[in-house]
Design a protein around this ligand. Structure first.
Ligand SMILES: *Cc1c(COP(=O)(O)O)cnc(C)c1O
Length: 410
């Protein structure tokens, strides 16, 4: 019997078929690299065995010639199950997050959908944060809930609130830190302890921080979720998602579901993300530096009533962020005097900050969460303030960014 979805290595022995969804032989022992800057560039990125090409080629192919029935070259048989460009990215992701298995998907939400269907069944209960990404909330509330999964919302920055939300049926606790768009901070190690005590798994959406700034698995998370669309890709040119499992058994379960459900990342998208990741550390340093300057300027601005940035000492999660993050990231939200109309006007007046959804690219973006990214949570426990503006601070010259915000605030 042949198993679709074996995870082959590019240089696997001829005819060598790995069974099931076991982790593939690594091209390169990335565990020997100590530093994330090196892992980002080298994990999964071996020279092409055929040509020596120093980056993995885009294997734009659906199927692979077999040398006799079942005689796979390196284990590849069909690109939904495995494709060498995607394998390179998946190995890179696993190494970056310090997990046993990385899996790449067509979008962040496709990754989340796969995770939830793999780990939950009717009657199970999940705890979700009160400021989750809007699409994550919509997936729970309007899709997964229809299949009999119960959920409750908790302020995950408050461990007592998480404990209170846990029921005997809780199988999963979802954490997003820093959160979108309120930049709330959750103590990952503390919630990991609560999850363990409850027999539940801890899932951390690490999209805002990236593995360069924060390592959830080292802090006790079972699965890390990414929208690769954001900082990992980093150039606003690709939509993708990822799951990284801390443990091989969960990794196999997720890999089975990835193949069974099929929402995989294509070869070109995988290649773009892999390229983006190489500069992740330098980009995150600059994003964090620029965002820190922007946040500081906003705190002094007379039209700004509140600045939400974990790097500010007055942020309620500052101490925890300083403990579990290397720097504070590129996302800054703020509230303005004059309510919703004033917030919308700031967004409209910005010129260098492009008005648009999404985040994490090299170019700065501005948006009004209430009417844009978080419109889907209006009227729910996750509703965001109407006078809130969210910035994705890019890596341009910070003085140009500051000048644009000054003029936009009028
Ligand atoms: C964008 C985003 C997602 C969803 O990812 P897509 O790639 O848009 O499907 C999930 N979580 C967070 C924190 C996000 O910002």
């Amino acid at each position: 019997m042949r198993h679709r979805g074996s995870r082959p290595a590019l240089r696997g022995r001829r005819g060598d078929r790995r069974r099931g969804y076991a982790r593939p032989m690594s091209h390169q022992d990335s565990s020997s690299f100590e530093h994330l800057e090196t892992i980002a560039i080298h994990a999964g990125n071996t020279a092409d065995p055929l040509t020596g090409a120093v980056v993995p080629p885009i294997y734009q192919v659906s199927t692979y010639k077999q040398d006799g029935v079942g005689g796979l070259r390196g284990g590849y048989e069909y690109s939904r199950s495995a494709n060498p460009t995607r394998t390179a990215l998946e190995d890179n992701l696993a190494a970056l997050e310090g997990g046993r298995r990385g899996l790449a998907f067509a979008s962040g939400l496709a990754a989340e959908d796969c995770l939830l269907r793999a780990l939950l069944k009717p009657g199970d209960h999940v705890v979700i944060p009160n400021d989750a990404y809007g699409g994550t909330f919509r997936l729970f509330a309007r899709v997964v809930a229809r299949w009999g999964v119960e959920w409750s919302v908790a302020d995950t920055s408050d461990p007592a609130a998480v404990r209170a939300a846990v029921t005997p049926a809780t199988r999963l606790i979802w954490v997003e830190t820093p959160s979108n768009p309120l930049l709330g901070i959750t103590d990952i190690a503390v919630v990991a302890e609560i999850a363990r005590g409850a027999g539940a798994r801890l899932v951390v959406d690490n999209t805002f921080a990236s593995p360069y700034l924060q390592q959830p698995i080292a802090l006790g998370a079972d699965v890390v979720v990414h929208s690769l669309t954001k900082y990992m890709g980093g150039h606003s040119d690709v939509v993708g998602g990822a799951l990284v499992a801390a443990d091989a058994a969960i990794g196999e379960e997720l890999a089975f579901h990835q193949n069974a459900m099929g929402a995989i990342a294509g070869p070109f998208d995988s290649w773009l993300v892999l390229r983006g990741i190489k500069t992740l550390p330098v980009r995150m340093d600059r994003h964090s530096e620029n965002a820190g300057r922007v946040a500081e300027m906003l705190t002094r601005h007379p039209k700004v009533t509140r600045v939400l940035y974990p790097g500010l000492p007055e942020h309620p999660g500052h101490g925890i962020a300083a403990k579990q993050m290397k720097a504070f990231g590129g996302m800054v939200s703020f509230q303005v005097e004059g309510g919703e109309e004033a917030a919308v006007a700031v967004c409209d007046r910005a010129r260098l900050f492009t008005l648009g959804e999404s985040l994490g690219g090299v170019e700065s973006l501005i948006e009004h969460p209430g009417r844009m990214t978080h419109a889907s949570v209006a009227g729910s426990a996750l509703e965001v303030p109407a006078d809130l503006v969210r910035l994705s601070v890019g890596i341009e010259a910070v003085d140009d960014l500051l000048a644009d915000l000054e003029q936009a605030l009028g």
